[in-house]
Design a protein around this ligand. Sequence first.
Ligand SMILES: *Cc1c(COP(=O)(O)O)cnc(C)c1O
Length: 482
Amino acid sequence: MSNVKFYYGGNVPLEMHKVRIVQKLNLVSIERRLEAIKEAGNNTFLLKNRDVFMDMLTDSGVNAMSDKQLAAMMEADDSYAGSETFTKLENKITEIFGKKYFLPAHQGRACENILSQAFVKQGSVIPMNYHFTTSKAHVYLNGGTVEEIIIDEGLNITSEYPFKGNMNVEKLKALITKHGAEKIAFVRLEAGTNLIGGQPFSLQNMKEVHTVCKDFDIMLILDASLLADNLHFIKTREEVCKNMSIREITRAMADLSDVIYFSARKLGCARGGGICTNDKAVYLKLRELVTLYEGFLTYGGMSVREMEAIVVGLDETMDENMINQGPQFIEYMVNELKKHGVPVVTPAGGLGCHINAMEFLSHVPQSQYPAGALASALYLVSGVRGMERGTVSEQRDENGNETFSNMELLRLAMPRRVFTLSQVNYAIDRIRWLYENRKLVGGLTFVEEPPILRFFFGKLATASDWQTELVAKFKADFGDNL
Ligand SMILES: *Cc1c(COP(=O)(O)O)cnc(C)c1O
């Protein structure tokens, strides 16, 4: 996709793969969509896939595999101990990251459990560019606290800054001085910072963070789950890295890390996860926990077929033409929406397109969950399923008061190599229509509110009967079309 220019102009992301297996999609009528979203309590997590046209909920475990990955899965070597497949994976990790020791785990959060149990103690402080839900939860479970020291630019919704995922190095030094290096269990850098819109950090920033960590003898841990996008952005946005290959950039990042872990539900387009390091003492400490929580050291809770898929997937991650499809589709979508005045997070990141619901639905008060309302409304008018990333995803405080989220975002994830550009254009079209008709969209209120993780299972009702009006306007504009 990288170097193709269209003679007649236009910034068209051209796929460098062809599709050889397809899955039929259903686009159910708007009447059915209205029923479905009511049944789901306006919570897109509770929709059934049969009612969904484009599933943009997440990029986790839903990326398309390549022909080579599927073929490799057929020749997996199954055995409890000593499987040849595991040796292949271990060798691939060493080849790509230059790390001698590899520990398998069933997914990303399992790596976080193991690392936190091994290194986080009561009173530990863990500086991060930004937290991810599960990484933070495991630190707190083990008695530690998280300090988010992303650069200020990272939290600006609209920006031109290319590396919004950078860590503020001055704040890192200040934290270490304040708490003392022995209190800092490790520093965690997250590639493709998930919760702020898949935003990357630069190699330069990582070097600076590494230097500080070395000065104070603190371990630097890289969460490489969203590494593929971060690699693409370093290559395309960081001038000094323009002529480096993806493999070289990866190795440079790995050399700056003491420990790397990843969710293979994202990295390598398969399922599973793992941790690697060159430090033997670290390896031995983690090894016990892997056998306790995950499984024997040659599978760690993964099926051997998935491990074969990861081997090939990691190799394909080193190919710019295999990893740029996601970010380029996202960039296309973000730019098209921006062009038409729809408020989106900029610059485009990895992971997906993020719509700023606070501005999109500026007439809906935060107490009525604008991002949740927008997720519900978009599903209703399009069959596109996104994910609320706003106040619904937060938890009430100990007095039962609402904790308002800093941002109210509707995340539309872009699973890799799954959608075609016309499907993306369809989503853009319906979002534009909804934007023009945004005043018809109202808020939501909880009818069933679980005390923890309410965004997964909670049910909400509309604050007024706005959905009926929205359906009527849709039918007036689209007739009997879907
Ligand atoms: C998804 C994700 C994880 C957790 O991985 P799972 O496989 O879902 O457990 C950790 N870190 C980041 C940055 C992620 O995006």
